[in-house]
Ligand binder design. Sequence first.
Ligand code: AGP
Length: 591
Amino acid sequence: MEYRGYDSAGVAVVADGAISYRKKAGKIVNLVADLEANPLPDSGLGIGHTRWATHGGPTDANAHPHVSTGDRVALIHNGIIENFAVLRAELEAEGTEFTSETDSEAAAQLLGREVSAGVDLADAMRAVCNRLEGAFTLVAVDALEPHRLVAARRNSPLVVGVGDGENFVASDVSAFIEFTRFAIELGQDQVVDVTADSIVVTDFAGNPADTHPFEVTWDLSAAEKSGYDWFMRKEIYEQPRAVADTLLGRYNTDGSLKLDELHIPESELRLVDKIVIVACGTAYYAGLVAKYAIEHWTRIACEVEIASEFRYRDPIITRSTLVVTLSQSGETADTLMAIRHAREQHAKVIAICNTNGATIPRESDAVIYTHAGPEIGVASTKGFLTQVAACYLLGLYLAQVRGTMYDDEIHAVMAELAATPPLIQKVLDELDPIKELAKRFIDQKSVLFLGRHVGYPVALEGALKLKEIAYLHAEGFPAGELKHGPIALVEEGIPIFIIVPPQGRDQLHDKVVSNIQEVRARGALTIVLAEEGDHEVDPYADVLFRLPKVSTLLQPLVATVPLQMFACELATLKGYDVDQPRNLAKSVTVE
Ligand code: AGP
């Protein structure tokens, strides 16, 4: 399960009326060494977990399993428990002492309280699930039941492995595929009660639930990719969930923002007179998208800087400057050096990062973690979309704190943002034309991408994806810039992707339609991405890909996805290693 990302790991077994467990921060080899030095007792029942931290850094104490007070139950958790703080306060008020910073421990302590009060383990699990809000897969064991485990899922994967005289539960089949290929997929809001020779599935109310048995035909490698050919393709399809998880818990039901994790006093945020976003590569393009939104919502000047250029140009940074760094890995050396420089100039630094406890968030004043889950493919996809989503949250929060938008305006944008995951899913469900398109360009030497406003950074990102994994010359331009030189590149048959902004009040849409005509008149093959119902573009589109209707500023969340898939498909057709492209690394830890 290491491929799922880990910053800590642990195991627990039930033997001799007790729970024995070991858990260690860092790589799994650390846990193995600890187990060799401190072996667990023999047992026929155990649970294990590799953690990708969301709440609480990667430490031994925050590693799973979490054991309830008195060591009665052990529990492991994947996902985000949105209301953990309320539950923790309730338990602490009763005298429960927590030993970690995690949201997961709240579930463990709740379960321990139920079981210690004599509630059956499965009934206790159902009671706990009915208290939790958010996304969770839970697996738990009871010290006094050495032959039984219970598990539950909501908005997070869980699958049962059906063995011969043994059974398994796991996040995905790769955990047990070497022991059995017979599996049962659990549905939403279900609890499974498992022994070596019985599997009982109910809903959260205790009613028997339908099960979906299947046979796993994948090999282990394919299983780690959930059956996809590449981690990148899997991660493209994970984007609705990744964006939803990144938004989860950061806004109230009325649409107001709550970024409790920021820990920067609102009074300080009100004094900010400039924002500088610093990042590299795809993260830099996410920053370019953010600039449009943040400036529009907060009326604060927002510069976006390539990290490797930033600190060498003697930038103007003061105590009133807010520096925001974007980094999926949190280890990019150029970005790290840039924020060190910014902090030397007494700027406040907020990190938007996908890796809990990484160097960049540790060296920043505050952090907003994206919850994309581990991104294995070198070419960033869900990392980009979740960085954009997190920047939107920050922009709306700043507008809320500084009063530069009316509350109902903020709530309306937040409501639309919260509704984007299903729209991203809709794009994913309609990608076949993009896959067909890739076949036409397998021998293409150059591709151009055009966009205006937030469509421009999307064009840059689409071009970068193609460069990175299909090794193709590709360039993104502001559509309005074409006539100032790049249009000389346009020749018969050159494919040009054009991201068309939504039809609206401003001139933006019509000017891009004119740009399409300009390039088509010179022989380009125009691949037009335009919202549903926009028929002004029809006469000028050789290929037309429809996008769901969203506001201009939010369009990158849907417009980027077809470009990601086009690059993935073309690189696959060319026979390249999509996940580990030549010359590249997932995290560039050298300057
Ligand atoms: C994106 O597909 C590339 N892998 C690369 O540009 C990447 O975005 C850049 O190196 C920044 O990485 P980070 O987000 O981990 O800091």
